[in-house]
Design a protein around this ligand. Structure first.
Ligand code: CAA
Length: 391
């Protein structure tokens, strides 16, 4: 086995043009907003404009990474998503083109609900272990959509995270031990003929916690670090309260008390960005990791982070990594905050109109309205081909 450290050398995120304060949903549904702000731990959710999609967000996130790193080392682009735009062509090929990456680069799309970015990361680690001179661009990008007026409505969101995976990483070295778990269930899924996900909400929460327990045990059995050797935790966050429930459960099954601040202190930083973006499906745990780096408030150099990735249906993985010494100097805190603050607020009526906007599903040509201020836009469909523009 390779002794070279391999992991995430740079990480950046992108989200949508619009944002909806969950108070708008509460007002419309005649509910107490505390159900959202406190009960599920969400204050806002990102809403994509008509000319944004997983490709534009992915390219936007990755562009920040390419501004700092040599493109020629990237020989693989792994695109993780469950918001597929084509049954055959990888959304990553559009991203590759928008970023003008080398033609000598392999590109593929991975899918397994919110888990696929973790599969992409593990595959990237394997590629770099085989040839440490190569770098892999992993991009996770998703738009979470549920039907209007359902209990899942407030857990939508949109976002992308791009990560450069290489040897001697500057941000975090991923440790080799992992705990994995797969179970064929229907807690959340989206058939090909539907634009919104189907979900059994309460069952999905139980399934998430069951998968956590099994993955954690598998991680321990395979020689993973005990809970008292893990300094911070980063969970898949369909809504931030789910991460708190997960951490509470992990501590309880490990015989630790959940009294006081200890439970929250180990994950509070990871909740900040997600609380404002909502569910970004497969990007969500990595969005949480970026949030942890930006918002933890203490020097995390040398800290071990435990990650729990969950994808409905279901596949889950628990793994860990060690934060590297100079990670702090590589963060983009100011830019990240301004990215969140510059989203345009919607009223419930405006959001409803955008939610119900459907691109032609019958295969007709269409042109999207010019809305986004991002570097890339989805311009429409012509002759069954998706058109993108670079600004
Ligand atoms: N003040 C404070 N808290 C309040 C409140 C108030 N006025 N009113 C309600 N609450 C609390 C409730 O007590 C509850 O907290 P607990 O779970 O700690 O008891 C919380 O707010 C939510 O209230 P409900 O349980 O009544 O909410 P709901 O049933 O209407 O919907 C949900 C919750 C099932 C999660 C729903 O949003 C949903 O289906 N979401 C999509 C599915 C999902 O995200 N599942 C997560 C696991 S699956 C996964 O992780 C993959 C993925 O990304 C989808």
């Amino acid at each position: 086995m390779s002794t070279t450290k391999i992991g995430i050398d740079d990480i950046a995120f992108a989200t949508s043009h619009y944002v909806l304060d969950l108070a708008e949903i509460a007002l419309n549904n005649h509910e107490d907003v505390a159900k959202y702000y406190v009960g599920i731990g969400q204050s806002e959710m990102s809403v994509s404009a008509e000319d944004e999609d997983i490709v534009t967000m992915a390219a936007d996130a990755a562009l920040q990474i390419l501004a700092r790193h040599e493109k020629s080392h990237i020989r693989t682009l792994l695109m993780a998503t469950e918001t597929g735009i084509d049954q055959s062509k990888s959304a990553g090929v559009f991203v590759h083109s928008l970023l003008n990456l080398s033609k000598n680069c392999r590109v593929v799309e991975l899918k397994q609900a919110c888990y696929s970015a973790t599969a992409a990361l593990q595959f990237a680690l394997g590629i770099v272990a085989r040839d440490p001179s190569e770098a892999v661009l992993v991009v996770a990008s998703d738009i979470a959509r549920y039907k209007l007026h359902t209990s899942a409505e407030a857990t939508q969101g949109a976002g992308a995270v791009a990560m450069l995976v290489k040897a001697d990483p500057a941000i975090i070295a991923i440790e080799p031990t992992t705990g994995v778990y797969t179970d064929d269930i229907h807690d959340f899924w989206r058939p090909n003929y539907m634009s919104e996900a189907l979900v059994d909400g309460k069952f999905s929460m139980e399934a998430y916690l069951t998968a956590l327990e099994h993955s954690w045990h598998n991680y321990l059995v395979r020689g993973g670090s005990p809970i008292n050797k893990i300094d911070r935790f980063c969970y898949h966050q369909p809504f931030t309260k789910m991460a708190v429930k997960a951490q509470t459960q992990l501590r309880a099954i490990s015989g630790l008390s959940n009294d006081g601040q200890a439970c929250l202190d180990q994950l509070a930083g990871s909740l900040e960005i997600n609380r404002r973006i909502g569910n970004s499906y497969t990007a969500s745990m990595y969005m949480g990791f970026l949030s942890l780096l930006n918002n933890d408030g203490s020097d995390l150099s040398g800290s071990r982070v435990g990650f729990f990735s969950y994808g409905s249906g279901s596949v889950a993985e628990f793994f860990s990594g060690i934060i590297q010494d100079n990670y702090d100097s590589l963060l983009r805190r100011k830019k990240d905050i301004s990215h969140l603050n510059s989203r345009v607020s919607l009223t419930y009526e405006q959001y409803k109109k955008i939610h119900t906007y459907q691109h032609s599903s019958e295969g007709f040509d269409f042109v999207t309205p010019d809305v986004t201020r991002s570097s890339f836009r989805f311009a429409g469909v012509q002759n069954h081909m998706r058109l993108y523009e670079i600004r």
